[in-house]
Each structure stands twice: as structure tokens, then as C-alpha cells.
Unconditional design. Sequence first.
Length: 271
Amino acid sequence: MNPRSRVVATAAFFASIFCLAGSSACAESTAAYLSPNLKVGERLSDVFSKTVSIKGTGFNEKVDRISGSADYTVTGVTPEAFIFDEEGRYDGHPTHGVTHDIKILQDGITNCYKGKCAVDDETSGLTFNSLLWGKAPDDIRAGTTWTVTIPKPWEIGPAGTEQVRVVRVDPLNDVVALTRHGSGSGPSSDDQYRQQSGTPTQITTTAGKTIDVSVIPGQTTWRGYTTICKGVIVSDEIMVQRRVTLVSKGGDKFEGEQRSYTLLDLSQDTI
């Protein structure tokens, strides 16, 4: 290691230790960590997976999994939005090529495509989403906390409240690590989509019979750990757990526990 690199590495090491201590001297502007600062031509790639498991008495454990990858190219940056070309692939499903002109609005919670905009309620994504993370204080350091009210169901969780805590800040690289713990009740947006589309959940009883059931959710809790660099999600993991009652059209009822978790990682060090 050359002298200059040694000095930089030593400074980074002590800065990391110092900021883990939670000193007010380490307080940094939140925008540097959580607000995207993307440029036209930048390319980002991530890999992701999602698992949903229901386990209980009287039926075989039901497990659904999906995974894939996504490549993004920044094609425009305006005061209103970041604009991307996206090419995604879900494993085991046909690919559909590049989708052009996807917008992530600067409000941090809205995505637009072909003039249609919607709140992004996905559990994780490319950039910091204030729907699920709330509004952080203007300055943060290790130990900073804030409470989030999530006003509507999201992908694998319900409306509820969440406590966010800053675990670590790296001012040299604009990296922050956050934990989140939350609870709520009611359906997730996945539940709502399944109900609206008329898609039932299928289980196989221990007697070997496959039946359609509706899922009635109970109290839900979740916890997660996320690393963010300059507003871009570097890694994100979250576990959601809840009690559920499964009810068939014939009136059969089964009690169980559902756990859902998602994993997302930036697959290229491009930021």
C-alpha cells in the first residue's frame, strides 16, 4: 500500500470507529446518504429474491419463491424525475426486453410509465423510498432514530408503524446502514392484489387433498437491515411474520404462521 492510500485507509478506519460511537461531531446531512444523485449514462444492476411460507396444522407447508435480476440505465435527470431504461428477468419466466422511459419521481415514492403514475409499494427497490422509511431527520449519525407511520398496505406488509435506527454512517463514501422494526394489522398489497384478481391460495391438506383457501391475516411484525449509498439501495433484507387463518369455501379452517422475506443486492459496484 502506497503512503497516500495508507493515510486514506487509516482516516477511513478511525472515522468509522468514531462515528459508530454516536458522537454529535459525526452528524451529517441526511441528503448525502438518502437522496439519489444519479447522472445520465450511469448503469446499475441488482439481484433479488422473495419467499413466502405458510406453515400450520392440518396442511403441508406451502412455499412460494421468485427471484431475478434487473439492469438500469439512467437516460435522463430532470427536476421532476430520474428516467431509466430497465431490463428485468424473472427466473423461469420469459424475458420481455428493455422497457424505456420509466420514471422515479423526485418525491421518492412514485413511479411512472407511459403517463400512468402509482405509489411504489414494493418492499425494496433501486432507490430510497420514503413511503416505507419515512422522513429522516435533517442530520443523522449512528444511534439516530425516527418513527414512521406507513399509511397504506405495502407488498408484503400492512399499514402500521415502524422504528428506524441508524446503525452506522460512513461519511467518506456517503454510506449509511439502517435497521427497521415495525408492526401493523390488516392485508398487504399482495393480499389485496390476490383478492381483486380472484386468485386463491392453494394448500394441500395432510390427507392429500388440494383446496383453495382465503388468507385472513392477523397481527404482523417485521424487521430488516439495509445499506444505502447516495440514495441507492446497496443491500436490503426484511423478514415479515404474521399469524393467518386459512378458510376454504367449504368452511374448513386452518391456523398457521406466514413468514415472507425479500433480499436485494446491488450486483455491481458502480456508485
